[in-house]
Every structure is written in structure tokens, then in C-alpha cells.
Design a protein around this ligand. Structure first.
Ligand SMILES: CC(C)(COP(=O)(O)OP(=O)(O)OC[C@H]1O[C@@H](n2cnc3c(N)ncnc32)[C@H](O)[C@@H]1OP(=O)(O)O)[C@@H](O)C(=O)NCCC(=O)NCCS
Length: 202
């Protein structure tokens, strides 16, 4: 486990940060992430439509709690769909690996065995990550679409998820406290401003 890439489940209150992260992706990364170059409005709509009661979004944040890597795992009846992205300045530091590990554990623990990713067949980096994690890449009849077949969930996938989430929450608590101490926590920016003191008492 890479302690520089601790993953945790994103809360619904963090959706503005997710939009910010996705809007910062370059055009080629947007294409690889979504299968086509999604417009800014398309990204806002996509995030607004994520069903957080069914799906899950895992994130890695920096010291300011800005999202630098995100993975949206959509749950379907017999498969899951993964969309994963890492900020271009943060690539090559293990964030994608950590998010993929986190997602495969969750999919296995859902009892699902097939994981689709956009552009997998042409995405050399994702192919590399999947192979490195020992995942079996299957190609559908036309060769146009690849997906990953996962082993059944077991004690190790349950343990992997539990440990990763605890570490991710610890990381979040630490960064939150540090930012709050300095009056810079993102949640503070959304709180109403204190009313000016009128001097009236009683
Ligand atoms: C794919 C992506 C998520 C990987 O994130 P990341 O944080 O850079 O990944 P990691 O740092 O964990 O690992 C990158 C690995 O890929 C390797 N790699 C980089 N470019 C590569 C390439 N063109 N071909 C093969 N391997 C490549 C790196 O050497 C590294 O391997 P290593 O760990 O064995 O040294 C990121 O590049 C990204 O956001 N891409 C755009 C969106 C996308 O493609 N999403 C996936 C489809 S949903």
C-alpha cells in the first residue's frame, strides 16, 4: 500500500471538488476517461447525475483536500463500470494503482465479476495497471472492447477494503484538522459569514 495515495469514499458534499478535478483534465485525458471529449457542461451534468445511493466514488486528495485522483464505480446488475482519472501533474505516483486496487476490491465485495473501463483496449497505461495487479483482461468478440474479469470476493478483498478505508479516513481527519486549525477548511468557505457584532446586549 502506498501511503502517498490513500483512498477513501467521497462524500456527497465533495461533488464541487469532483467537478473541479474533472474540469481540470486535458482533452486527451477527458477522451480516455469518458470515451469521448466531454464538454464542461457535460462534466457538470455527469457529476450531478451520479447516483450515490447505488454507485461509489473513491478519491485521493492533496493536503488542501483538493481531489487529485478519482474513480467512479457504477454498479450494474451483472457488471460494474469504472471511470478513473488522475490530475496530470500527479500522474506516475501510484494514485491510479491505488484507485484501481480500491475499486477491484469493492467490485469483488459486491459479488460482481466483470469490470468495464472506457477505452481499455487502447489505453496502454490502464492495461499495464490491470496486468500489474494480475487482473485477467478479456476482449469481446469484435476486439473493440476489453474488460477485466475479477476473482470472487474473499477475505483478502474484504480486508483490503476495510484497511484502505480506515487509512483514507485517518488521512482525511488529519488534513481536515490541519486546515481547520488554519481556518482554511473547504467547508468553512461554505458556512454563512458571522453577523457583525452590533454591540447590543441582552
Ligand atoms: C490511467 C491513469 C488513471 C493512471 O494514473 P497514474 O496515477 O499515473 O497511475 P500510476 O502512477 O499508479 O501507474 C502508472 C503506471 O503506468 C505506466 N505507464 C505510464 N504510461 C504508460 C504507457 N503509455 N504505456 C504503458 N504503461 C505506462 C507507468 O510506468 C506506471 O507503471 P509502474 O507503476 O509499473 O511504474 C492516468 O494516467 C489518467 O488519469 N489517465 C487519463 C484518464 C484515463 O485514461 N482513465 C482510464 C480510463 S477510465
Amino acid at each position: 500500500m502506498d501511503f502517498n495515495a490513500l483512498t477513501r469514499e467521497m462524500g456527497t458534499e465533495e461533488t464541487p471538488q469532483l467537478v473541479k478535478h474533472l474540469l481540470a483534465l486535458g482533452m486527451e485525458d477527458r477522451r480516455l476517461r469518458f470515451g469521448h471529449v466531454l464538454s464542461d457542461d457535460g462534466i457538470r451534468k455527469y457529476v450531478a447525475e451520479i447516483d450515490m445511493s447505488r454507485d461509489v466514488v473513491f478519491v485521493v486528495t492533496d493536503a488542501e483536500l483538493d481531489i487529485i485522483g478519482a474513480a467512479h464505480l457504477a454498479r450494474r446488475a451483472d457488471h460494474a463500470e469504472l471511470g478513473i482519472s488522475v490530475h496530470s501533474d500527479r500522474k506516475g505516483r501510484g494514485i491510479g494503482t491505488a484507485l484501481l486496487e480500491r475499486c477491484t476490491a469493492r467490485v469483488r465485495n459486491w459479488g460482481v465479476r466483470v469490470l468495464f473501463m472506457n477505452c481499455l483496449v487502447e489505453n496502454a497505461t490502464m492495461m499495464h495497471l490491470a496486468r500489474k495487479q494480475g487482473l485477467k483482461i478479456a476482449v469481446s468478440g469484435t476486439d473493440a472492447e476489453a474488460f477485466v474479469r475479477l476473482p470472487r470476493g474473499d477475505l483478502s478483498s474484504l480486508a483490503a477494503e476495510t484497511v484502505a478505508e480506515h487509512l483514507g479516513l485517518f488521512d482525511y481527519a488529519l488534513k481536515s484538522s490541519w486546515l481547520a486549525l488554519q481556518g482554511r477548511h473547504p467547508a468553512l468557505a461554505m458556512s454563512p459569514k458571522p453577523r457583525p457584532d452590533t454591540g447590543a446586549s441582552g
